[in-house]
Write a protein that binds this ligand. Structure first.
Ligand SMILES: [Fe+2]
Length: 260
């Protein structure tokens, strides 16, 4: 049975914040033109989203081009009377020299706060220096957010690999479609495990267009409410709002009860 808004358990939500979205047209594998960006914004707004961080892949879109493109997206929203705010960001792919690249100004944080969206390799072994890189970023006053944790093969095999990352204070983001869409193999199980064990702190769309992995969040928060309770879903929603405001968030101590 499909879930319709009438039987959602989460009502009276504040405007949602989508922290991870490939909304900028023509720069990466996200929206291919402005018409598609507009469709994505319409889909997002209809789902209750009020703020979107535009986060192109850093290896496809130089950081210094993001602000002008975000300004254009805000213009498009205004021209179409969409009550939506687009803020800048970038999705940084891990590499062992990431910190020196950060120091060289290659990256942007989320909405010019201390938070920076960081993705690891989807397959292959967990990076050996990832904890050192996190410590270097923290030392420099930057707080990485781990993108779509449920998609990493190593996490799917052993979610406990995230415990050190969480203990270091790194918020863990899941993709909404892993909880309420058509995720790739293994991602749904991992996402549900991470929510059920309080090892995930954020849900974002990681949308690439208006159809495939669209910018929808509400249904995923419904699933979070089913798995971990309404309060936990509301905390996740508040976490994303705090992040775009640059405020600290509290990460609960994960209770790992079982293996996947
Ligand atoms: Fe992404």
């Amino acid at each position: 049975m499909s879930v319709s808004p009438e039987n959602y358990r989460l009502h009276d939500l504040p405007p949602l914040v989508d922290l991870h979205c490939h909304l900028i047209p023509g720069v990466d594998d996200g929206a291919h033109d402005e018409a598609e960006s507009l469709r994505m914004m319409q889909v997002a707004l209809a789902d209750g989203i009020g703020t979107i961080a535009a986060t192109p892949h850093a290896h496809r879109c130089p950081a210094n081009r993001v602000p002008e493109k975000v300004a254009r997206l805000n213009e498009i929203a205004q021209e179409n009377r969409l009550d939506l705010r687009i803020v800048p960001g970038i999705e940084v792919r891990y590499d062992p020299n990431l910190f020196s690249r950060f120091e060289a100004g290659e990256f942007l944080t989320l909405n010019d706060t201390r938070y920076m969206l960081l993705e690891l390799y989807l397959s292959g072994s967990w990076p050996k220096r990832v904890m050192e890189t996190i410590a270097e970023l923290h030392e420099a006053g930057v707080w990485p957010v781990l993108a779509h944790a449920e998609r990493y093969e190593d996490v799917q095999h052993d979610p406990a690999i995230l415990l050190d990352v969480i203990a270091a204070g790194v918020p863990v983001q899941l993709n909404a479609d892993s909880l309420a869409g058509r995720p790739e193999r293994g991602a749904r199980e991992a996402a549900e495990y991470l929510v059920s064990n309080r090892m995930a702190h954020l849900v974002a769309s990681d949308a690439h267009n208006s159809r495939w992995r669209p910018p929808l969040l509400h249904a995923a928060f419904e699933r979070v409410a089913e798995l971990a309770g309404e309060e936990y879903a509301r905390t996740m929603i508040a976490n994303a709002t705090a992040i775009v405001a640059g405020e600290p968030i509290a990460l609960p101590r994960p209770d790992v009860v079982s293996r996947l």
